[in-house]
Design a protein around this ligand. Structure first.
Ligand SMILES: Nc1ncnc2c1ncn2[C@@H]1O[C@H](COP(=O)(O)OP(=O)(O)O)[C@@H](O)[C@H]1O
Ligand SMILES: [Mg+2]
Length: 351
């Protein structure tokens, strides 16, 4: 029996997604193999051991249940391998074998939490601190992958200072990409701050909006292509799932389309020629290795009508509900959701 600590919530814009992801993990993890220890992190960053009803997680009521939340923290002290649970009498220790941050976005997926877990020495699911930090930051990811000739959209990086002090120069640089362009903050997810800009006169306001979230804004050429996602799993020898395809059924795959509307259609496997699917899966594994990933990541591409595939972004802790692309892509290959969980835990222990 392994003491598996699932961290959920977190101080990020993807807090709600995490509540759903962790509910699926709790409901599907094999009770014969795992003793689950759930630790919720509130929107303002407070950590609690939660031993109440699982149903109250998805409804975001877990933290209101005073009888079932207990202040807790993971000890960074190497060798402790435990959760410290604080109460009036002092503290108690719960030993931990593996930690799984079932969380997404800032402070969850960007290396901060992974740094703490590395200090603790407790095996954890997903890429290490360095790789998580590189992959969360689109500017850095692109810079690394450029060295390896991975096909990517042309991009101009704009900082807040450039926006304020040399906007004419920004306008000229962006003009070389041609309109429309896509704007995105370097380090958000779930399409937060992402927009499509059709004309130069709309550029300044749109960059200002994206720059609320990050000092660096990516301005990318528009890629007219289908959206392809590949789930990758492994440490030294990663394997890729079948390709999945998303047709947002809207202007682009924005926050509303991802979580609130039901315009999107999903195709597993993706509607791709066999050789293109094979090439994309191979490239997904190469990207995973080049970025130093381990455990899991989802690698996203565009596929154009003339048969080119272009890397878009990588997510080191992708959505993990039972209807999320990551588990579904491996389930399409014959695994059950519970087997995906087992594999990821085993990969954490094997690192
Ligand atoms: N260069 C681009 N060309 C066309 N569509 C894009 C481009 N960049 C982003 N998009 C659209 O915006 C969505 C969100 O952008 P993405 O880079 O995946 O950021 P996030 O990390 O927020 O998911 C994509 O799924 C796609 O629909
Ligand atoms: Mg995306």
């Amino acid at each position: 029996m392994l003491n598996l600590c699932c961290l959920f919530g977190g101080e990020s814009t993807e807090y709600d997604v995490s509540l759903h992801s962790v509910t699926s993990v709790i409901e599907n993890a094999d009770p014969e193999q795992y003793n689950l220890i759930s630790v919720g992190i509130t929107r303002d960053g407070k950590w609690y051991l939660y031993d109440g009803d699982t149903a109250a997680i998805a409804t975001d009521e877990w933290w209101k249940d005073a009888a079932h939340i207990h202040s807790a923290m993971i000890s960074p002290s190497k060798g402790d391998h435990c959760l410290l649970v604080l109460d009036e009498a002092g503290y108690r220790k719960i030993p931990l074998d593996v930690v799984w941050p079932v969380m997404h976005g800032a402070h969850c997926e960007d290396g901060t939490l992974q740094g703490l877990l590395e200090l603790s020495g407790i095996p954890f699911v997903g890429p290490d601190c360095r790789s998580s930090a590189i992959c969360m930051d689109k500017f850095t990811t692109k810079a690394v992958l450029n060295n390896f000739k991975i096909p990517q959209a042309k991009v101009e990086f704009v900082t807040r200072r450039e926006l304020a002090e040399e906007f004419e120069n920004v306008l000229a640089r962006v003009a070389t990409l041609g309109y429309p362009v896509f704007l995105k903050p370097s380090s958000t997810g779930s399409s937060i701050g992402v927009s499509k800009v059709r004309t130069p006169d709309a550029l300044r306001t749109a960059i200002e909006n994206a720059a609320q979230f990050d000092d660096v804004v990516l301005v990318e050429e528009f890629i007219d292509g289908r959206e392809i996602e590949v789930a990758v799993m492994g440490n030294e020898s990663p394997v890729a799932s079948v390709c999945g395809e998303i047709d947002p059924g809207s202007d682009f795959y924005d926050y509303e389309t991802k979580y609130h509307n039901d315009t999107a259609s999903y195709y597993i496997p993706a509607r791709l020629p066999e050789d293109a699917a094979a090439a994309i899966r191979k490239t997904a594994c190469e990207i995973y290795r080049r970025l130093g990933c381990s455990g899991l990541s989802r690698v996203d591409f565009f596929y154009t009508a003339d048969g080119r595939y272009i890397f878009n972004e990588i997510n080191t802790l992708p959505g993990f509900t039972s209807i999320s692309m990551y588990p579904k892509l491996f389930m399409a290959g014959g695994m059950t959701y519970a087997e995906v969980i087992n594999s990821l835990v085993q990969l954490a222990l094997a690192k």
